[in-house]
Design a protein around this ligand. Structure first.
Ligand code: FES
Ligand SMILES: [Fe+2]
Length: 408
């Protein structure tokens, strides 16, 4: 498989001093645009598949969608992780579902039982001599995909020739110091939001809103005391209020209820980014006690899902709001679909004290506005800690998706 066309600006874009909105309104509401994103963006970049440590044994696998592509990551008999397209080479049936461990060291298609090794080679074909005389099994291995690992996280790309180091850029030099294997992980929690995935992404890189929408939940960190740095196509958020770059302002540490006596010292000593926005769909939030990894998936132009897992150090230092052993115990849980929804929240989001609900609430409000023909962007707030990162994100999207740029 070859890349359809080269994506321009692989090194990303510089922070603009006077940011402007680049994406047109239709980018957030049109199904046609959404389909183009699935094909040209999510089908041509890296998607987080899970932790390498989630698949410790040969035969452990997980499936993941990258735009329209269905992929599977598995641990082979030699202990290496591999990625394949999750398609049988006979007539294309989906091979594996969800996450699990294979009973034996092979993958068997349920339809007509073609069987593959964990290296992807076709090993067995029922009635081969009669039904497929002359079949050269060497031509029917599973289609390979690309796999990249970063800090214990496995990423996949549908194109086996994709360049992971180009995407990773220089993130290694600024990444969080935590080790997943030394932390305890909670359950995966999924929010389903009635907004385009980019509305949520843009909210997450908008440092201007923190002081206002989240004045109660996060203690109001100001945009002129934050900064976001560009690393390739990724953005990394820091607090600068101490004069050093740290992962979190004191107000946030207090709002999140740090329990230990030297809370401030611990928080300031986190000299790494607090939020890593890995383009286009992986969000890592780091604090001295925790790592949160979220995967953002567009379901339709108007609906997205955010699936989140939290890893904690076993120090019991944090009394965080969205912690529960079971998602069912969380506010907003919809038992029919197993996801959290604003419509199932009994309180007003501003009353929850949970910034995530405040974000979901405002993103859904933005999405409703985007459907009005009168919708206009006024101006984006200048500043690398304010709204300038939105232009970078939008230019990255346009590099992949193309289409009309509002500024040209
Ligand atoms: S489609 Fe898989 S064996 Fe036929
Ligand atoms: Fe927010």
């Amino acid at each position: 498989m070859s890349v359809v066309r080269q994506v321009p600006n692989p090194a990303g874009h510089a922070m603009p001093s006077s940011p402007v909105q680049r994406l047109p309104r239709e980018a957030y509401i049109s199904s046609e645009w959404f389909e183009r994103e699935r094909r040209n963006l999510f089908g041509r970049t890296w998607t987080w598949a899970g932790l390498a440590g989630d698949l410790p044994e040969p035969g452990d696998y997980t499936t993941v969608a990258a735009g329209d592509y269905a992929l599977v990551v598995l641990r082979d008999e030699g202990g290496a992780l591999r990625a394949f397209h999750n398609l049988c080479r006979h007539r294309g049936t989906e091979l594996l579902e969800g996450t699990g461990r294979l009973d034996a060291a092979h993958i068997t298609c349920p339809y007509h039982r073609w069987t593959y090794g964990l290296d992807g080679a076709l090993r067995a074909v029922p009635l081969r001599a009669k039904c497929f005389p002359g079949l050269d099994t060497a031509h029917y291995s599973l289609l390979p995909a690309a796999l990249g690992e970063f800090k214990g996280m496995a990423f996949v790309h549908p194109d086996p020739g994709a360049d992971f180091s180009e995407w990773r850029a220089d993130l290694e030099s600024v990444a969080w110091p935590h080790r997943f294997e030394r932390m305890r992980v909670g359950p995966e929690i999924t929010y389903e939001m009635r907004c385009n995935w980019k509305v949520f992404f843009e909210n997450a890189i908008d440092g201007y809103h923190l002081a206002y929408l989240h004045d109660r939940s996060l203690g109001g960190p100001r945009a002129d005391r934050n900064v976001q740095d560009v690393h390739g196509r990724h953005l990394v958020w820091y607090s600068t209020e101490t004069g050093r770059k740290t992962c979190m302002p004191l107000a946030v540490a207090k709002a999140m209820g740090h329990q230990s006596g030297n809370a401030a010292n611990e928080v300031w000593s986190g000299e790494y980014g607090g939020v890593f926005m890995l383009f286009p769909s992986t969000i890592v939030t780091a604090s001295p006690s925790e790592l949160t990894v979220s995967r953002l998936v567009g379901v339709t132009a108007d609906v997205s899902r955010l699936s989140t897992r939290v890893w904690q150090h076993d120090d019991g230092g944090w009394k965080w709001l969205r912690r529960a052993d079971r998602p069912e115990d969380l506010p907003g849980y919809d038992p029919e679909s197993g996801v959290l929804r604003l419509s199932h929240l009994e309180q007003h989001p501003r009353e929850t004290g949970d910034f995530q609900w405040e974000d979901v609430w405002v993103c859904e409000k933005m999405q409703r506005s985007l459907h009005s023909p009168a919708y206009r962007i006024g101006q984006l707030a200048a500043g690398a800690g304010a709204e300038a990162p939105l232009e970078i994100f939008q230019r990255n999207v346009l590099d992949f998706v193309g289409g009309r740029d509002t500024q040209s």
